[in-house]
Design a protein around this ligand. Structure first.
Ligand code: FEO
Ligand code: CA
Ligand code: CA
Length: 597
């Protein structure tokens, strides 16, 4: 979702100049890394061989242009799986927007569906658990304003829903499953890592600075090889009301873009009232780990991964066995990060692996002139990250991650969004959504278009190393007609061009699929594209178009490649019938399943 808050809050003058260099890794190196990448990003599925993996390729590209419904390439169909407000528990009534109370919404699918991951049952490919983000409030129509606000409050967070195939082979929610859960801003949580217990996190709502509650602004995310879901807290800044200038954390809040404007959350939950003893703004802005198989366990907010407007948390295991998590901070001129765990991943030892994201080293990316990216450690008492610069502990470095990255000289990027790893090659793809505030003076070689509408950076599979090679996969240019800056393959049609690339997903064959977030961009309609990373590199083709007003988010293929779970976020209502119901019901966010017709 776009917001009015991408504007620059980064006061640093970090402006590393770097040059483009082709990514070259030896075949031997690639093979070694591939093995690690596959282990990390493709959980083993019993009985599956490479030949079982289907593909959505080839398809005939569709022209641009939107309607109230999803448009798909010929030969494909979609089925709506579940929508905002639908029950997560057995025995509940069908969604009725006029009856949606706060209590009801605690057991119904959240709204503004975003990142989605499907945990396929390793023993039964006809069952699984779908975890998805609910990025921002979606509203019902209860006649009582307070109930409407309560329902909106509980609509945010994440949804966990078990699914299974019915007799016809179609996926449907399994409402009998005890794992189904709405995770919302008040769900039991705890802070882990170096910032846990910090005085800066203490309030009457969290006397120990460890216990916490809830999650917010859940944009993209990730999943771990030990079967947990990661949700990235992005736009959390607008839910807090109060005078930020008088707040002890005013410097932190300014750097985060928190303004304290009036918001109804404070009337529901004191933690969102900055003038209250319970105020807890620093409890949000983290990467949160959720165990979908243990609904009673508190969700864990991992301070070790830093605090920002996190877009995603993309996990791999490096060649030495450490867990590596790539994250991005989605705002103009913010940074890319990676975390490397202290302990090593042990396959099959879930209990051990569950702690991996609690200790390690966080790095920020600096794109150098020589075609390398250097990962700069954000470690207390190293360089400027000391008491002289306001840091008293590693916890402080992580609570003020943006400031720490400013001080080490990380490269300010063009709104870093999703990060995708190609399990076949181990290469990493960083999606930049664009930066309409970047002037010619502030260009650097990793962000080389003023007022750009996005680009994708490819990085070599050197997850274990503090340096890697990088290159552009594609630069979108300033607008759709910009042939001066855009670097799509020359065979790409106008409909095949995208702007504001937001979510990426590699299918099991190593093919890249991209969703855009370009609502309102002249001449453009949001959709889903296939973009070649090899062969005709940068050849992009439109596979699907979102309903009017909507963007697609969170694409996730089933292991056999036959189906794609896809979120439809913020569709617009139409008088003649709205997505996905096409009745008198207003439009609502949904998860659909796309497959061959
Ligand atoms: Fe929620 Fe960065 O898009
Ligand atoms: Ca988005
Ligand atoms: Ca996004």
């Amino acid at each position: 979702m776009q917001d009015d808050d991408n504007l620059r809050v980064n006061p640093s003058s970090n402006k590393p100049i770097c040059s483009q260099m082709a990514t070259k890794i030896s075949r031997r190196q690639a093979l070694k890394i591939t093995a690690a990448g596959v282990a990390a990003t493709q959980l083993p599925v019993q009985g599956q061989t490479k030949n079982d993996v289907d593909s959505f390729l080839p398809f005939n590209e569709i022209p641009t242009g939107q309607s109230s419904d999803i448009k798909l390439a010929e030969g494909f169909k979609y089925k709506n799986l579940i929508s905002f407000g639908d029950p997560l528990k057995e025995g509940m009534t069908a969604y009725d927007p006029k009856k949606l109370t706060g209590k009801e919404q605690q057991n119904r699918l959240g709204g503004a569906c975003d990142y989605t991951h499907f945990f396929e049952d390793p023993k039964d490919p006809n069952k699984g658990i779908l975890c998805l983000n609910n990025e921002s409030p979606e509203w019902g129509e209860h006649p009582n304003k307070k109930e409407r606000e309560l329902a909106a409050y509980y609509s945010v967070g994440c949804s966990v829903i078990s699914v299974k195939r019915n007799d016809k082979g179609n996926w449907q929610p399994d409402l009998k499953s005890p794992l189904n859960k709405k995770i919302h801003p008040a769900t039991k949580a705890k802070i882990t890592g170096p910032a846990a217990g910090s005085d800066r996190l203490k309030s009457t709502a969290s006397p120990d600075g460890i216990q916490s509650a809830g999650t917010l602004g859940n944009c993209a995310g990730g999943f771990t090889p030990w079967g947990t879901y990661l949700t990235a807290e992005e736009n959390i800044q607008n839910y807090f009301t109060g005078d930020v200038k008088k707040h002890p954390e005013k410097e932190n809040m300014k750097r985060f873009g928190m303004r304290g404007k009036n918001h109804y959350f404070k009337t529901i939950d004191k933690r969102f009232d900055l003038d209250s003893d319970a105020q807890s703004p620093l409890h949000f802005g983290w990467v949160v780990e959720i165990d979908p198989y243990n609904p009673d366990a508190p969700i864990r907010k991992h301070s070790m991964l830093g605090r920002g407007k996190h877009e995603c948390a993309t996990v791999t295991i490096d060649k030495d066995g450490h867990a590596v998590v790539y994250t991005s901070d989605d705002q103009y001129f913010e940074y890319l990060y990676k975390f490397v765990s202290t302990k090593k991943y042990i396959e099959g030892n879930r209990e051990h692996n569950m702690d991996l994201l609690e200790s390690g080293t966080l790095y920020a990316a600096k794109f150098e002139e020589n075609g390398k990216v250097n990962w700069l450690p954000l470690v207390f008492n190293e360089g400027k990250l000391d008491a002289k610069h306001g840091f008293k502990s590693q916890g402080d470095v992580l609570l003020d991650t943006r400031k720490a990255a400013d001080l080490v000289g990380a490269t300010p990027m063009d709104r870093p969004e999703d990060i995708s790893i190609n399990a076949k090659t181990g290469k990493v793809y960083f999606l930049m959504t664009g930066n309409r505030a970047r002037s010619v003076k502030r260009l650097n070689s990793a962000n080389k278009v003023a007022r750009g509408s996005g680009h994708i950076i490819e990085m070599s599979a050197d997850h274990h190393s503090t340096t890697a090679d990088w290159n552009f996969l594609v630069i979108c240019g300033q607008d759709l007609a910009d042939n001066k800056h855009a670097t799509f393959n020359k065979e790409t049609s106008l409909s095949g061009r995208f702007v504001y690339p937001d979510n990426g997903e590699f299918d099991q064959n190593g093919e890249l699929w991209i969703c855009s977030d370009g609502y309102g961009f002249p001449g453009f309609s949001d959709g889903l594209w296939h973009c070649q990373v090899d062969g005709q590199r940068g050849l992009s083709r439109r596979f699907a178009t979102a309903p009017t007003g909507a963007e697609f988010t969170g694409p996730c293929f089933t292991k056999n490649g036959k189906e794609l779970f896809l979120a439809v976020q913020h569709p617009k209502s139409h008088k003649g019938g709205s997505f996905p119901d096409f009745t008198s019901m207003k439009a609502r966010s949904s998860i659909v399943v796309i497959s061959k017709a």
